[in-house]
Design a protein around this ligand. Sequence first.
Ligand SMILES: NC(=O)c1ccc[n+]([C@@H]2O[C@H](COP(=O)([O-])OP(=O)(O)OC[C@H]3O[C@@H](n4cnc5c(N)ncnc54)[C@H](OP(=O)(O)O)[C@@H]3O)[C@@H](O)[C@H]2O)c1
Length: 329
Amino acid sequence: LTIESTYQCNLTMSFSRPTVIFGGSGFLGHALMARLAQQGRIIRVPTRNMDKARSLKISGYGGQIVPFLNAPCSDASVAHAVANADTVINLIGVLNESRGNFYQNIHVEIPARIARIAKQQGVKNFIHVSFLGANNRAKSKLARSKAAGEKAVLAFFPEATIFRPSIIFGPQDRLFNRLAARARFLPAFPVIGGGQTRFQPVYVGDVAQAIIMALQKPNKAQGKVFELGGPDILSVREILQTLFRETKHPRPLVNIPLELAKALAPILGLLPNPLLTADLLNLLAEDNIVCDTTALTFRDLGLTPTPVKQILPTYLYGPPDLEEQGTVD
Ligand SMILES: NC(=O)c1ccc[n+]([C@@H]2O[C@H](COP(=O)([O-])OP(=O)(O)OC[C@H]3O[C@@H](n4cnc5c(N)ncnc54)[C@H](OP(=O)(O)O)[C@@H]3O)[C@@H](O)[C@H]2O)c1
C-alpha cells in the first residue's frame, strides 16, 4: 500500500507519482500547497505534528494532500516518505537551535539524508530551500549550516534546485506579525547597533511561485541556485518604520549598543522562541541582500517580486493577538 492509497479519491490527476514536501506544515509550506495542488499533484506531507499539518488539506481536493506522521530521522522513515515520488521539496528549517534541535542535524544531516534517498529512489526533481545568507564564511552559525546543507544536498543530488530567500513576509509571517505583537505593548522599540543591517524581504507567495516555476521549467532550474530577494532593500530601522506606518502605531526607536546586546543575548536566548540570541546577533551583523553574481534570481524564472507595501496592508490588521493564538512561533 502506498501512503495515500487509503485516502485517494477518484480524481484524475495529471501526475501519476506523488510530490513529497518535507517541512510542508510550516509558513512557506502553507503558501506553496494550494499552488501545487492546482497543478493536479498528489502531495504527501511528512510531519511530526499532525495538528499543524491538518489545515493543509483544504488547499486541495479530498485525498489530494496527505499529511502523515513521519520524522526524517532515519533512512527507513525517509525511504517510506519518498517511495515512488516524482518530486521532493525540502522546506525543513529552524531559526533558532533548541534542546535536541541543532542546525547541523536540521540544516545539514536531514537534507543530506533526504537527497541521498531521493536519488536512490529515482526522484526526478529535488527542490531545497536554503537561506540568502548561506555562506561557509558567514558569522552566523545558521548561515554556515545552510551553506553546508546546500553542499550536502548537491553532493547526492547534483540536479537539485536551491532557493535562497531573504527574510520572508506574508500573512502568518514571523517578521512583521511578531514585531507588531511586540510593538503593541512596548513603550519604545529597541534596535541593535543602529539597525543599519539591510534585508530584502520577499513575499511568501513569490517564493512559492518561484518553486512552481522551477518545477514547470526544470531545464532552467535544475542544478541552479536562485537568490530570492524582494524589490525593497530595507534596513532593520526602515523595516520597523514601515511597520509603524502601516499599523499607525509609532514607537520611538531606542538604540541598544552591540556590546550590551551581546551581553543580554545569552540570557534572552534561554526564553522560548527568543527574539534575540547570540547567533541572531551574528545574522544581524551582515547584510542579507542578493549579491551572489553567479546565482539566478526571480527574473530568470520570469517573475517580478512584490513590494512590501502592496502586501502588508492585507494582513497586518489581522487577529489582534497572533502570538497568544499560537500562529506565530
Ligand atoms: N521564514 C523565513 O523568513 C525564511 C527565510 C529564509 C529561509 N527560510 C527557509 O525556508 C524554509 C521554510 O521556512 P518556514 O518559514 O516555512 O519555516 P517554518 O514555518 O518554521 O516550518 C519549518 C518546518 O520545518 C520542520 N522541522 C523543523 N524542525 C524539524 C526537525 N527537527 N525535524 C523535522 N522537521 C522539522 C517543521 O515540520 P513539522 O513540525 O511538521 O515536522 C516545520 O513545518 C526553511 O528551510 C527556512 O530555513 C525561511
